[in-house]
Design a protein around this ligand. Structure first.
Ligand code: SF4
Ligand code: FE
Length: 489
């Protein structure tokens, strides 16, 4: 079976034996847990779209390894068009879930590890690339959900992995055995681990001499022995435990992050894809980052579309839609959203073929894409909140709205234009609330800032990828400092 349905995916999660903790308690039935389930629904949408005839070309493709039809989230990029399709698929999913659907980290990870392992083998005569291909075929054939595990907890940021007081601040090899390796450490802010069958471990940063044990990439099942998952809190998460669906806002969908503990986890050699080749750690990191920074050009515009629609609806409900300043603000929201998407498309179009045969997004433009994403969603949230009005943060609860005595006052006094029910106005307000600082907000605001690397990481890459010497030569020539170019020569 190469294409799971959404229902089959959700059922498959029940087979996992995760060691998961939420709000201080071990969670046994996490699939039906009301705090976790919306995040599972968001991933399930990536399975659903693969079965929709109108989205077939976006959501599925032929495997570069087997030629079989696979979900795009498990596919290698065979062309620049594949990367364009990725970003369009992400926009579609962002529009339909208005949150992080979590599956892109794995997609971007497999492409980075595929090309990097090829080049490690070329230099060192190792067999990582073959192992990786075999493991990826297994992932594709079973349509597994895959999570990329990159962000180490990092401890003292001023000190290299091998120089930390506590050696476990970066995931590392603690023992090499004839049958495999033992690894230890923790990955922070891991997207979608609880909803994944497998995790692909990659290093976080450039490695230097002495960091050999930290130059590591491998794959492990999410329920491997020694893996402990601690569910991250989100604003307003316990609203999901209350009766009713209004106060949650985006009731069906949500993102998910965990603190992922790897406590002496055994990894057989056929799942180890880099182990000590420290000069290749940065190649894997930068290639992954360029893929994932492109991804934000898909999901964030999709979420932005929903926020723009919600803001325009609130303007309708408030009776302000025709006011010039509201139209100007909605126009600005569209401009910001399309700018992010344009960058996501551009870095796909400007991609290049790696030695291994898959395609890599343009690193400079991908970093520009993500850097815009560190800023624009904040402005989009500000504008949506501006248009919605202050009632966004002072609304009574759904319980009060349903109250036999108080309910009629809320219905009367929180009404906007006469022909729109008060409940619609309240529902649109809580949707905006959830997206701008409620439970979805982390994946639209702070995640836009820090996900796929904090702003300074992009600034460094933008500077590194820019040919400043060329720009200065252009300026010197036109200023007449260097010889001017003759037009008729
Ligand atoms: Fe995908 Fe966006 Fe979530 Fe990253 S933040 S996993 S790109 S949906
Ligand atoms: Fe992310």
């Amino acid at each position: 079976m190469s294409l799971k349905t959404a229902a089959e995916y959700i059922e498959s999660l029940r087979q996992l034996k995760l060691d998961l903790y939420l709000l201080g308690e071990k969670v046994e039935n996490w699939v039906d847990n009301p705090i976790i389930r919306p995040s599972i629904n968001a991933v399930a949408m990536t399975y659903k779209v693969a079965h929709e005839p109108k989205n077939e070309d976006l959501a599925t493709t032929d495997s570069m390894l087997t030629g079989k039809k696979v979900n795009r989230f498990n596919a290698l990029f065979k062309s620049t068009d594949d990367m364009v399709s990725k970003v369009k698929l992400q926009r579609e999913l962002g529009q339909r879930t208005a949150c992080c659907f979590q599956r892109c980290v794995g997609l971007d990870g497999i492409n980075a590890v595929f090309s990097t392992t090829y080049e490690i083998d070329q230099k060192h005569g190792t067999e990582y690339h073959h192992r990786f291909r075999e493991w990826l075929k297994y992932v594709q054939d079973n349509d597994l959900c895959l999570q990329g595990a990159m962000t180490d907890v990092k401890g003292n940021r001023a000190v290299a992995p091998s120089k930390q007081t506590d050696p476990d601040m970066f995931v590392h090899v603690v023992e090499r055995r004839s049958d495999g390796i033992i690894i230890r450490g923790a990955k922070a802010s891991q997207t979608g681990t609880v909803n994944s069958h497998e995790m692909l471990i990659m290093p976080t940063l450039r490695m230097r001499e002495g960091d050999e044990d930290y130059s590591l990439s491998c794959a492990i099942p999410t329920d491997a022995e020694g893996v402990h998952l601690i569910y991250g809190r989100q604003p307003c998460d316990t609203r999901k435990l209350e009766e009713g669906d209004i106060d949650v806002g985006n009731y069906s969908f949500g993102g998910q992050e965990t603190l992922t503990i790897l406590d002496n986890v055994f990894v057989p050699w056929d799942r180890v894809f880099m182990c000590g080749e420290l000069e290749f750690a940065i190649m894997m990191v930068e290639r992954f980052a360029a893929y994932h920074r492109q991804s934000y050009g898909g999901c964030k515009p999709g979420i932005g579309d929903v926020l723009i629609g919600a803001a325009a609806s609130m303007a309708d409900y408030n009776g302000t839609r025709r006011a010039p300043h509201i139209r100007e603000k909605l126009g600005e929201m569209i401009h910001l959203t399309e700018t992010i998407h344009a960058c996501g498309l551009a870095c796909a179009h400007e991609g290049w073929k790696t030695k291994s045969g898959n395609y890599q997004s343009n690193i400079l433009l991908a970093n520009v894409c993500k850097h815009n994403t560190t800023r624009f969603p904040y402005e989009l949230c500000r504008l949506a909140e501006d248009i919605a009005g202050g009632i966004l943060v002072t609304l009574p609860s759904e319980k009060d709205f349903r109250h036999p005595v108080m309910g009629k006052y809320i219905d009367k006094y929180l009404k906007g234009v006469p022909d729109v029910p008060t409940e619609h106005r309240i529902r649109m307000l809580t949707l905006i609330h959830s997206m701008t600082f409620g439970q979805i907000a982390p994946s639209y605001r702070t995640e836009s800032l820090h996900g796929a690397g904090s702003p300074q990481a992009q600034k460094i890459m933008i500077e590194r990828e820019t040919d400043m010497d060329l720009k200065q030569r252009l300026a010197r020539s036109l200023a007449g400092i260097d010889e001017r170019e003759a037009v008729t020569a």
